[in-house]
Design a protein around this ligand. Structure first.
Ligand SMILES: [Zn+2]
Ligand SMILES: [Zn+2]
Length: 248
């Protein structure tokens, strides 16, 4: 702590024993990594971020499905080549596998919101170049009843932090969910498409916009395809998905 002296100069206040005693206490109370619960981290330590999210695995440029190595940047999976979805690109931070699946469950069902901050910051870092051209950061909406029951929308929490980190506008208002849909993971592919058809509605003027759509988990991509269809029908020209985890 510094104070201004009578001659206008700056003199240093003596450090009291109280202040010295605070240092170890502060270390003890410093936030620890939400994953390993050992190293200091707010919310992830550098080691866990590196171990679980930094791996460079070859993925389809359009849907982020893992591709067999070796793959070139821009390569697509067989499904995206034969039946391209309506979205243009997808970035996934990790596979939907331990411990990332448990982190997502802890956020969604355990309300561990600091994880949303970690995911948002990691996504902003991974998609830096792409996000500089995005006009809107749009979280996948939850149905009204589901959000009321959970108290928050995990995709919105991730998107909020991401929008702040990359200084792009958060637009939770441009996409609404008209009805709750059954969990996609429990359904076969054809049922997933039927399950989400007409479940979203775009609001406002989206002409010529590049929209980044944020979600926690991408399974078959049926939900995100339906969203991209809805956004493009309303005028968006480019839709990029940013997800924390991708199922195999
Ligand atoms: Zn850790
Ligand atoms: Zn693909």
């Amino acid at each position: 702590m510094t104070t201004s002296g009578p001659d206008g100069g700056v003199e240093r206040a003596p450090r009291s024993l109280f202040v010295l005693g605070m240092a170890p206490l502060r270390r003890l109370l410093a936030p620890r990594c939400v994953v390993c619960d050992i190293a200091p981290g707010d919310p992830l330590c550098a080691g866990c971020a590196q171990d679980f999210f930094a791996a460079q695995v070859p993925r389809c440029a359009v849907c982020a499905l893992r591709l067999p190595a070796p793959a070139q940047p821009g390569d697509r999976c067989g499904r995206c080549l034969s039946a391209p979805p309506h979205f243009d690109a997808t970035i996934a931070l990790a596979d939907y596998a331990p411990p990332v699946d448990r982190m997502i469950a802890a956020l969604k069902f355990g309300g561990r919101l600091p994880l949303a901050s970690a995911f948002g910051a990691l996504l902003a870092g991974a998609a830096q170049r792409l996000l500089s051209g995005a006009d809107a950061i749009c979280p996948v909406p939850l149905a009204f009843e589901r959000q009321a029951e959970r108290g928050f929308n995990q995709a919105h929490e991730i998107a909020r932090r991401m929008a702040a980190a990359c200084d792009r506008p958060l637009r939770g208002d441009i996409l609404l969910r008209t009805r709750h849909t059954a969990a996609q993971m429990d359904l076969a592919l054809a049922e997933r498409r039927r399950n989400v058809r007409g479940a979203f509605v775009a609001c406002g003027e989206l002409a010529d916009m590049h929209i980044a759509v944020i979600d926690d988990v991408m399974t078959s991509g049926s939900t995100l395809d339906e969203i991209a269809t809805t956004l493009k029908r309303a005028g968006a020209v480019r839709v990029t998905n940013l997800v924390v985890a991708r199922t195999a």
